[in-house]
Design a protein around this ligand. Structure first.
Ligand code: MLT
Length: 411
């Protein structure tokens, strides 16, 4: 008899977004005429930028001719995309990477999960609370934790509360940890970390030999010039950090699938016997064994994001979403609802009015306003009493949603 991975049974409920989809489906089945506006999962609505679409088409056409056909590509990504990332995404930040440090993938969610393959089970892990659930759940699945307590905290994981009082930036752990997940601009709170705050984490990691797993999926939404877009803007981070980036929200690739992970060549970890090993080499090995690369047309499309034509078009889409964020933030703040985020991130993190729990507010918002958001408690215990609205959506829908919430909840 085959034995199942019992660590999966420790996971508390279904993954957050399918659970939301289930509740919304039940509501729409019962209320087929309701015009439901979805600002829950952060899924883009704008079409691909014209230059990106054209490159995508050209990539497909290449596959239709013998002289430009491509079969298996390099598992780590085509040089044309790795070079473009180095030159167009990192050099402008003053960050010097080698193309061999950039690994193209089918998305940062997968990479955030798969990265655990190259770390020993015995690593002590720190995770922010609230947090993108993938970091937590994949550690549970891997068997790095015990059972969850009544708050949903799994034994063996160090949780770092990110709350109003600390500006949603976690304090350093009071005991040593080996792997720390950080995400800035943050999902779900929309908070950003300053260069000084990131430098504090880099110093911690260097001192303790820890590795920072830095999720920068939302860096493209930074609007303020002094807000860092990459952990590598902190000197020394190349010795202690892995960075994840995504084309999903940046360029509308949630359905296309492309992301990247930077594993610097200077980054090492130790074996139990004390030998230093290159994490770049381990990740490269992992990818060539378990992954066959992202399709050629998708990589062509991704490279066009950085082209002279594509870049301003992509920025236009980002500005569109950030205007949505402003409309939500200012609209709700004007109605007396406390809101965070939405300035350098496409998420607005609001305090549920009337002392409702996150799920109570979810249900009321769905029933009374026909608006879908994400309950803060779904991201962790410290998210209780909060609610996330996504700025990804059509302008008219966003305006209507804000009007409905203001009518129902405005003071
Ligand atoms: C979210 O809404 O938090 C994201 O869309 C989820 C994801 O990127 O996987």
């Amino acid at each position: 008899m085959a034995l199942a991975n019992e660590h999966y049974l420790k996971l508390q409920a279904g993954y957050l977004f399918p659970e939301i989809a289930r509740r919304v489906q039940a509501f729409t089945d019962a209320n087929p005429d309701a015009r439901v506006i979805r600002l829950g999962i952060g899924d883009v609505t704008r079409p691909l930028a014209p230059a990106v679409l054209e490159a995508f088409h050209r990539g497909v056409d290449d596959l239709g001719r013998a002289d430009t056909f491509h079969g298996y590509g390099p598992e780590q990504g085509y040089p044309f995309l790795r070079d473009a990332v180095v030159e167009r995404a990192y050099q402008p930040l003053g960050v010097d990477l080698k193309p061999s440090e950039v690994f193209v993938s089918d998305g940062s969610k997968c990479d955030c999960a798969n990265i655990l393959d190259i770390f020993a089970l015995g690593n002590r892990v720190a995770i922010c609370d609230p947090v993108y659930p993938v970091y937590n759940d994949t550690n549970v699945m891997a068997g790095r934790t015990g059972e969850a307590d009544e708050r949903g905290y799994y034994a063996g994981i160090t949780y770092l509360p990110c709350v109003e009082e600390n500006g949603f930036i976690p304090a350093l752990p009071d005991h040593p940890v080996d792997l720390v997940y950080l995400c800035y601009p943050n999902n779900p709170t929309g908070a950003v970390a300053s260069l000084d705050e990131l430098a504090r984490w880099v110093a911690y990691a260097r001192e303790h030999g820890a590795v920072l797993l830095y999720d920068a999926a939302y860096e493209a939404f930074v609007t303020e010039p002094d807000v860092p877009r990459s952990i590598y803007q902190v000197p020394g981070a190349e010795r202690c950090a892995i960075e994840f980036r995504s084309f999903s929200k940046t360029a509308g690739f949630t359905g296309v699938r492309c992301g990247l992970t930077v594993v610097p060549e200077a980054l090492t970890a130790r074996t139990a016997g004390g030998r230093e090993v290159s994490l770049n080499a381990l990740w490269s090995r992992r990818q060539s064994t378990k992954f066959n690369g992202v399709s050629y047309p998708v990589q062509r499309a991704a490279a066009a994001v950085y082209s002279d034509e594509g870049w301003p078009q992509v920025q236009e889409n980002i500005a569109y979403y950030m205007e949505n964020a402003r409309i939500i933030r200012e609209g709700l703040t004007g109605a007396g609802i406390t809101c965070y985020g939405g300035v350098n991130a496409p998420y607005i993190w609001l305090k549920t009015p009337g002392g409702l729990t996150s799920w109570q507010f979810f249900d009321r918002l769905l029933q009374e306003c026909h608006v879908v958001g994400t309950p803060g408690s779904g991201f962790g215990a410290s998210g209780e009493g909060y609610f996330r609205l996504s700025a990804f959506g059509d302008r008219e829908n966003v305006e209507t949603a804000v009007d409905r919430i203001r009518s129902a909840w405005g003071r």
